[in-house]
Design a protein around this ligand. Structure first.
Ligand SMILES: [Zn+2]
Length: 107
Protein backbone atom coordinates (compact mmCIF):
# COMPACT_ATOMS: atom_id res chain seq x y z
CA UNK A 1 0.00 0.00 0.00
CA UNK A 2 1.50 3.29 -1.19
CA UNK A 3 2.19 5.96 1.43
CA UNK A 4 -0.15 8.94 0.74
CA UNK A 5 2.58 11.37 1.85
CA UNK A 6 5.76 10.22 0.08
CA UNK A 7 4.60 7.42 -2.25
CA UNK A 8 6.85 4.78 -0.67
CA UNK A 9 5.49 1.23 -0.98
CA UNK A 10 6.85 -0.37 2.20
CA UNK A 11 5.17 0.13 5.56
CA UNK A 12 4.46 -1.65 8.80
CA UNK A 13 1.01 -2.43 10.18
CA UNK A 14 1.08 -1.10 13.74
CA UNK A 15 -2.55 -1.74 14.64
CA UNK A 16 -5.39 -3.90 13.26
CA UNK A 17 -8.94 -3.48 14.39
CA UNK A 18 -12.16 -5.22 13.37
CA UNK A 19 -15.27 -3.00 13.04
CA UNK A 20 -18.21 -3.61 15.38
CA UNK A 21 -20.23 -5.53 12.78
CA UNK A 22 -17.17 -7.51 11.74
CA UNK A 23 -17.38 -6.33 8.13
CA UNK A 24 -14.33 -4.08 7.95
CA UNK A 25 -10.75 -4.30 9.17
CA UNK A 26 -9.04 -0.99 9.88
CA UNK A 27 -5.25 -0.94 9.76
CA UNK A 28 -2.93 1.77 11.05
CA UNK A 29 0.24 1.80 8.99
CA UNK A 30 3.63 3.37 9.57
CA UNK A 31 5.62 4.35 6.46
CA UNK A 32 9.15 2.87 6.37
CA UNK A 33 10.44 5.89 4.44
CA UNK A 34 8.94 9.05 5.98
CA UNK A 35 7.59 7.58 9.23
CA UNK A 36 4.17 9.16 8.82
CA UNK A 37 1.06 7.18 9.65
CA UNK A 38 -2.05 6.45 7.62
CA UNK A 39 -5.08 4.16 7.80
CA UNK A 40 -6.39 1.56 5.35
CA UNK A 41 -9.70 -0.26 5.39
CA UNK A 42 -10.21 -3.79 4.17
CA UNK A 43 -13.65 -5.11 3.22
CA UNK A 44 -15.04 -7.98 1.15
CA UNK A 45 -15.49 -7.26 -2.51
CA UNK A 46 -19.11 -7.54 -3.55
CA UNK A 47 -19.49 -10.05 -6.34
CA UNK A 48 -22.59 -9.15 -8.30
CA UNK A 49 -23.14 -11.07 -11.53
CA UNK A 50 -23.93 -9.23 -14.76
CA UNK A 51 -27.00 -10.05 -16.80
CA UNK A 52 -26.95 -9.91 -20.60
CA UNK A 53 -30.28 -8.69 -21.97
CA UNK A 54 -31.77 -9.98 -25.21
CA UNK A 55 -30.70 -6.82 -27.01
CA UNK A 56 -27.12 -7.27 -25.83
CA UNK A 57 -27.15 -4.65 -23.05
CA UNK A 58 -25.56 -5.59 -19.76
CA UNK A 59 -26.84 -4.72 -16.35
CA UNK A 60 -26.29 -5.81 -12.78
CA UNK A 61 -28.26 -8.82 -11.63
CA UNK A 62 -31.37 -7.53 -9.86
CA UNK A 63 -33.10 -9.85 -7.41
CA UNK A 64 -36.31 -7.75 -7.57
CA UNK A 65 -36.53 -8.03 -11.36
CA UNK A 66 -36.05 -11.77 -11.28
CA UNK A 67 -38.79 -12.05 -8.68
CA UNK A 68 -41.18 -9.87 -10.72
CA UNK A 69 -40.52 -12.01 -13.80
CA UNK A 70 -41.16 -15.27 -11.98
CA UNK A 71 -44.32 -13.86 -10.41
CA UNK A 72 -45.60 -12.86 -13.85
CA UNK A 73 -44.80 -16.31 -15.25
CA UNK A 74 -46.67 -18.04 -12.41
CA UNK A 75 -49.69 -15.72 -12.35
CA UNK A 76 -52.24 -18.28 -13.52
CA UNK A 77 -50.56 -21.24 -11.90
CA UNK A 78 -50.98 -22.58 -8.39
CA UNK A 79 -47.69 -21.13 -7.16
CA UNK A 80 -47.74 -18.72 -4.25
CA UNK A 81 -45.45 -15.78 -3.69
CA UNK A 82 -43.97 -17.60 -0.70
CA UNK A 83 -43.14 -20.61 -2.89
CA UNK A 84 -41.36 -18.38 -5.38
CA UNK A 85 -39.42 -16.68 -2.65
CA UNK A 86 -38.56 -19.92 -0.88
CA UNK A 87 -37.64 -22.13 -3.83
CA UNK A 88 -37.06 -19.99 -6.91
CA UNK A 89 -35.28 -16.83 -5.85
CA UNK A 90 -33.22 -18.32 -3.09
CA UNK A 91 -32.06 -21.16 -5.29
CA UNK A 92 -31.11 -18.88 -8.18
CA UNK A 93 -29.27 -16.46 -5.94
CA UNK A 94 -27.34 -19.23 -4.24
CA UNK A 95 -26.35 -20.74 -7.56
CA UNK A 96 -25.28 -17.36 -8.89
CA UNK A 97 -23.11 -16.84 -5.85
CA UNK A 98 -21.60 -20.29 -6.28
CA UNK A 99 -20.80 -20.00 -9.98
CA UNK A 100 -18.58 -17.03 -10.59
CA UNK A 101 -18.70 -15.63 -14.08
CA UNK A 102 -22.04 -17.28 -14.82
CA UNK A 103 -24.24 -15.04 -16.94
CA UNK A 104 -27.97 -15.62 -16.63
CA UNK A 105 -30.26 -14.27 -19.36
CA UNK A 106 -33.75 -12.91 -18.84
CA UNK A 107 -36.25 -10.62 -20.56
ZN1 LIG B 1 5.88 7.88 3.51
Amino acid sequence: MKCPFCGHLENKVIDSRLSKDGGVIRRRRDCDECGRRFTTYERIEEVLPMVIKKDGRRELFDRGKLFAGLKRACEKRPVGVEDLERIGIREVCLRLQAVQGHKPVYG
